[in-house]
Write a protein that binds this ligand. Structure first.
Ligand SMILES: NC(=O)c1ccc[n+]([C@@H]2O[C@H](COP(=O)([O-])OP(=O)(O)OC[C@H]3O[C@@H](n4cnc5c(N)ncnc54)[C@H](OP(=O)(O)O)[C@@H]3O)[C@@H](O)[C@H]2O)c1
Length: 281
């Protein structure tokens, strides 16, 4: 079984991004800028935001960190988004999810100007993806496609099965696979006997959010398994897949950690660069 290292792909992509960021700064007198908005003090979100800010600094992208207290009202958050929408050195805005439950996530995401939508989650950008003309697509599924492309794993004509249909992973993943000419099946919590489907997948992307949920009996021989799940447990990080069971069965699989995770941040950097370039086009 080949291990598909997202860390390695991310390292290569980040070098390419760094060169383009330097060129952008040279051409326009400032680097691309990403505003990160974090509401509350969820420890996992704080780690994600810290990693995103560090990745920006490593590639030369300017980050603007906006930390708001958990009691921030929806109106206050919308006001900040509106300010960032008009700030000329901000090319991308990322609102770290999940937001506290008193805030309407869809309303907040919809308030981001689509040309500053670094996560590709505004209705306009999701609509463009659905229409087959993506501008910036959500980072995690984009990262999955980059991993498959990097390792020369054919997508066209293959049967891809996506486990999960969330707005940030499963749905855009299915669209990107369709755009790459796969035949796509999406399964979710109401699908009976999901194994009947996953066992048919040449490529199976697992994003169910359930620790070590799938294993050897769920995949066919020589399939490619992409594990999107990330779970923090006392023994360390794990994914949705029991990858340790897959040796000698599947052709390739992503590890956790070091698989899809590093690619998600890398695609955020690339989306920010793309939006910065579009703002100058
Ligand atoms: N690597 C990264 O950078 C990255 C980025 C984002 C997310 N993640 C991780 O990826 C995982 C998924 O994230 P998410 O945001 O998509 O999660 P989510 O919003 O909880 O969605 C999970 C999806 O899985 C489906 N599901 C749940 N139980 C299932 C079952 N028993 N059989 C089949 N489908 C089932 C759900 O179906 P219903 O729609 O029917 O409820 C839902 O569509 C999480 O572990 C998350 O931490 C990782």
């Amino acid at each position: 079984m080949q291990l598909l290292s997202g860390s390695q792909v991310a390292e290569k992509k980040r070098l390419e991004i760094k060169i383009k960021v330097r060129q952008f700064a040279f051409d326009h007198g400032r680097p691309p800028g990403l505003a990160v908005v974090l509401v509350g003090d969820d420890p996992a979100s704080q780690v994600y935001v810290k990693n995103k800010i560090k990745a920006c600094s490593d590639t030369g992208i300017q980050s603007f960190h906006n930390q708001l207290p958990a009691k921030t009202t929806e109106e206050e958050l919308l006001k900040l988004i509106s300010k960032l929408n008009s700030q000329t050195d901000v090319d991308g805005i990322l609102v770290q999810l999940p937001l506290p439950s008193h805030i309407d996530t869809n309303r907040v995401l919809s308030a981001i100007w689509p040309l500053k939508d670094a996560d590709g989650l505004t209705p306009e950008n999701l609509g463009l993806l659905m229409a087959g003309r993506p501008r910036v697509a959500p980072c995690t599924p984009r990262g999955v496609i980059e991993i498959l492309n990097h390792y020369d794993i054919a997508i066209a004509g293959r049967h891809a099965v996506v486990v999960g249909r969330s707005q940030i992973v499963g749905r855009p993943m299915a669209q990107l696979l369709l755009l790459a000419d796969a035949t796509v099946t999406v399964v979710h919590s109401k699908t009976p006997n999901i194994r009947d489907f996953t066992k048919q997948g040449d490529i199976v992307v697992v994003a169910a959010g359930k620790p070590r949920f799938m294993g050897a009996e769920d995949f066919k021989k020589d399939s490619v398994v992409i594990d999107v799940g990330i779970h923090r447990r006392a023994e360390g990080l794990c994914g949705d897949v029991r990858t340790d069971e897959l040796k000698g069965l599947v052709k390739a699989a992503t590890p956790v950690p070091g698989g899809v995770g590093p690619m998600t941040i890398t695609m955020l950097l690339e989306n920010t660069l793309t939006l910065a370039q579009l703002s100058k086009a």
